[in-house]
Design a protein around this ligand. Sequence first.
Ligand SMILES: Nc1ncnc2c1ncn2[C@@H]1O[C@H](COP(=O)(O)OP(=O)(O)OC[C@H]2O[C@@H]([n+]3cccc(C(=O)O)c3)[C@H](O)[C@@H]2O)[C@@H](O)[C@H]1O
Ligand SMILES: Nc1ncnc2c1ncn2[C@@H]1O[C@H](COP(=O)(O)OP(=O)(O)OP(=O)(O)O)[C@@H](O)[C@H]1O
Ligand SMILES: NC(=O)CC[C@H](N)C(=O)O
Length: 722
Amino acid sequence: MVRLTVVAACSLRQFALDYEGNTDRIIESIRQAKAAGARLRVGPELEVSGYSCNDHFLEPDLYLHTMEMLARILSDESCNGILLDIGLPVSHRNVNYNCRVICLDGKILFIRPKMQRVHADSLDYREMRWFTPWTRQTQWEDFHLPKMLQKLQGSTHVPFGDCVISTPDSCFGAETCEEMWSPDAPHIPMTLDGVEIITNSSASHFSLQKLDVRLKLISEATRKCGGVYVYSNVQGCDGERLYFDGCAMILCNGQVLAQSPQFSLNEVDVITATVDLEEVRAYRSSMSRALQAAHSTKKYHRIQTAFELSPDEDDLDSHRRPTLPRELKFHSVEEEVALCAGCYLWDYLARSGSTGYLTPLSGGLDSCATTVSVFSMCRLVISAIEDGNQSVIAVVKRLFGEAPLPKTPHELCNRVLHTIYMGMSQQSSHETRQRAKDLSAAIGSYHVNLDIDSVYHAQKNLVKEALGFEAKFKVEGGTPAENLMLQNIQARTRMVTAYEFAQILPTTRQLAGGGGLLVLGSANVGEALRGYLTKYDCSSADINPIGSIDKADLKRFISWAQVHFEIPCLDDFVTATPTAELEPITEDYVQSDEADMGMTYAELNVFGRLRKERKMGPLSMFQHLVHVWGKDQQEGSEKQEVSLEPAEIAYKVKFFFAQYAITRHKATTLTPALHCNDYSPEDNRFDLRPFLYPSFWRSWSFKRIDRELERIEKARKKSEKS
Ligand SMILES: Nc1ncnc2c1ncn2[C@@H]1O[C@H](COP(=O)(O)OP(=O)(O)OC[C@H]2O[C@@H]([n+]3cccc(C(=O)O)c3)[C@H](O)[C@@H]2O)[C@@H](O)[C@H]1O
Ligand SMILES: Nc1ncnc2c1ncn2[C@@H]1O[C@H](COP(=O)(O)OP(=O)(O)OP(=O)(O)O)[C@@H](O)[C@H]1O
Ligand SMILES: NC(=O)CC[C@H](N)C(=O)O
């Protein structure tokens, strides 16, 4: 026996506060879902307002406008004939909720608010600041419709609460994003109460290799409970540092049936799958499950509708077949960096209305990675143009004016990307200057090669003239203060010069589109964590596509791009020693990042993850690393490359925390960075900490490390004696 139904999940390129654009995309997705024969369409979380409205969620205007947009969808007859699960914020009895409105044929069936304890509120989410969770499981009450909806509804109230929908042939229930991630996930009591289809409306951000976790959670849910899972997500940059990586999915009993692209420039991606509800019933028919279901006390109020999910005529339709399981498509870290940064940069360019980008290109790996991210964007855009993507074409037309549309990524790159090398005769090597030139030539960017010596000397002379003091570099016998001042003149001059050229280049090149260029930053996550950057230098920019990515991943990305983007000169960037080139190069001295920082990029990665993701203070980090990096590694454990004495580890941990505390103030002014890693130290959104610390050297936690070190060394001596 079969009972077939077609369900649809969407990835929509929503944009915070773009009410009309968002509604257009919702209606288009409904149209596409219907055209594919779907009986149920699920959209992303808060799709009408956009997810990242932040404190706008506290404004009554927003609730008015989302209701106006809902009225537009309900009164659009082309949206009839399909069950709709739409995400929007709703104010109920003066309390704001993050809701799903379930509708059919121009009427609301019920409103389901996001539930107790499972509002997204960690890392980069702040939902509890704007929304109140619905705390009463399986309970509901009447929602008083605003006047504009009363007419359409033909009544004044609809149910509001933790209910499910019962159709003549099945039952579906909604959980919202984070709810699935929680140990108390609603899909468990729902499925034990006979709900066969779970819809999930998400705004789930991208971070490297996270898709695997997401998929595991959904497949676990349906493998354990049986059932169909229809997962929808936002796509693109909706106005914040987060990139939402789409990838709508439909699963049945733990197997993937359909997946939309994880990285695409499409406005609307709709996927559908034909599922056999009888397979769900058969999967669930075990005594153990039946006993648990019988014991479950959570019984959901069922909102009845006469609308069938699997009309008989569909089963008789000889064309309709259940969708076969498939493997989910995953990308490697390198591909993820290329695609995510490329898509994000395109959204930023398109939505900011800017004319293009400018990258200060130093010949080092980081600014190379930022530059190649823009080239990746150009590749994605050209392929979207070839696919006839109208929204992309409209933006490219704005950028090209009367000129014909570009045919290659290089042509597009020449129009939108400007690279600028700002050398100093004594400090800049021929190699870095040449690498910058070579990369620009390989990707087609508009390149400027200049020297900033005259500005540097003018600045330096201010001190000489005003104070009668001639500052010297360390290698010339200067003090650390002099050395720093001279380095920072260069670093900050580069920032001013970058903005100057970003402002004027579109005029000198007579570019269409108006306005200036956006300046891109390229400080990586390790440098930000260690504070190895000059405050308000060229690391200060408008947006930083690589700010939450570590050096090792950037290296992998560039090595990958060398092959896949066919840019042979990238090899030179990967093999070069990272250097700031702020101090004069002499016969026996070349400035090096890792020597300056007193730690390696690899160590910074470890410290960063332990500090943020594993929530370790100095003492726990020391204790943990003694196990991981220590000489006495556990038998049977994977042998680590590092093998250090406890005293060396104690020193490294202390040194890291001491430097971190001294330079933490720089995190307050970091350029907004595309979020790719959950250990990003950008304190503006992800990592809320003080920026004025007492000295760690005299701290109680460091004294505790000393005491612990003493204990370890005593224990070791004792065991050596015996
Ligand atoms: N607690 C506090 N709260 C708020 N602000 C505080 C502060 N302490 C210092 N400051 C401010 O911060 C300033 C010190 O920071 P900053 O000016 O960055 O100076 P600083 O960190 O001392 O030096 C920058 C270092 O970054 C290195 N570097 C590495 C790689 C690249 C680049 C580059 O520029 O390309 C530079 C450069 O070699 C140098 O060693 C102080 O002069 C003061 O204005
Ligand atoms: N000679 C230069 N010409 C143009 N831009 C520069 C130059 N030196 C530094 N910059 C810019 O300033 C930023 C910070 O400088 P820094 O020396 O810290 O580089 P970095 O973070 O090590 O990056 P990279 O690996 O690109 O050199 C660089 O990412 C780059 O954008
Ligand atoms: N909007 C949400 O509830 C998202 C939270 C969830 N942890 C995620 O990253 O997907």
